[in-house]
Design a protein around this ligand. Sequence first.
Ligand code: FDA
Length: 364
Amino acid sequence: MYDYLIIGSGLFGSVFAHEMKKAGKSCLVLEKRDHIGGNVYCEEKDGIRIHKYGAHIFHTSNKKVWDYVNQFVEFNNYVNSPVANYKGELYNLPFNMNTFSKMWGVATPTEAAAKIAEQRTAIQGEPKNLEEQAISLIGTDIYTKLIKGYTEKQWGRSCTELPAFIIKRLPIRYTFDNNYFNDRYQGIPIGGYNVLIHALLDGIEVRTGVDYNEHRDEYRKLAKTIIYTGPIDAYFDYKLGQLEYRGLRFETERLEEENHQGVAVMNYTDRETPYTRSIEHKHFEFGTQPVTYVTKEYPADWHPGEEAYYPVNDSRNSELYNQYAALAAKEENVIFGGRLAEYKYYDMDDVIASALQAVATQKE
Ligand code: FDA
């Protein structure tokens, strides 16, 4: 018998297992995939760590979480400063003085603000759709070159057909600051995310290639308490229906050149380029290898059985999730946690904070 059976070796499961082991409890971790780490897992090729499930940049203002992860691994000083590529014209993101100066030749915050104010007047009255909302916030040029195509590719629909509420506000900075995040701390683990996961799971029994839902009878009886971090609908055999996700398709290429795009993250903001982002992984870690790996990200429809990326927070899915959550609340000695079990977009720092909170409930 174990004290805890932990389903899933992503950040939630790994942090939980680590803390419980430290508290003297025995844990068994089951992982469906053939590797540990969940979505932060990186695959290493030619000395370059490839973010297999999408680019992961650690950023947080939560000092407790920052100190927590730094016990296991040091972070480098990577600062996310993506570049937008609109038909070959390059602009800094997030929208800041560098963007405005390139777009209009303006040199001061006052000139930039005046330009935006003038262009915002293209929309009078209450915005009726996402296009009108975006123009009313930031004006026509930024909308046309940096928002329209990207958003349409992401949602698979025209901005005039998308509701205005999707964009509530657009961050505008009147400083020459290309740092994408406003958080106090940011970086990439030195040696990659696998170092963090290995340190968390050090000394803990892990079985990979095991889908708990297919082997429940065998494993349920092995522990008093279960921590379940897989999809909540799968736990209940989809008996109320399937929750939906937005999919992503990744195409990774090895290129015989040292530096392909000069930045880790490039957003393609025109409608014609079929992918939304191109990630050059080595730049997350200031790599100097003679070759490089570049991943193109294509937004895709999701089909059951495929990797689940982003939850769809429409009313059908939110209601369905609430019904599953009500069933989950009745399960005795099972804790549901993490992005799949809570059907929620979670950043890494929030998922760690949430796992630490679950740990605290066990120590009470
Ligand atoms: P995660 O999905 O990592 O782990 C769950 C594990 O459970 C998986 O390994 C899965 O295989 C396993 N599992 C599921 N069902 C099972 C079963 N039945 N039996 C056994 N095992 C099972 N965050 C951030 O802070 N900065 C960023 O830049 C990004 N970038 C980013 C890009 C993309 C494309 C996505 C989708 C997400 C991000 N994130 C992010 C969010 C980040 O990925 C997220 O916070 C963590 O991975 C969540 O960790 P979990 O442990 O909850 O889930």
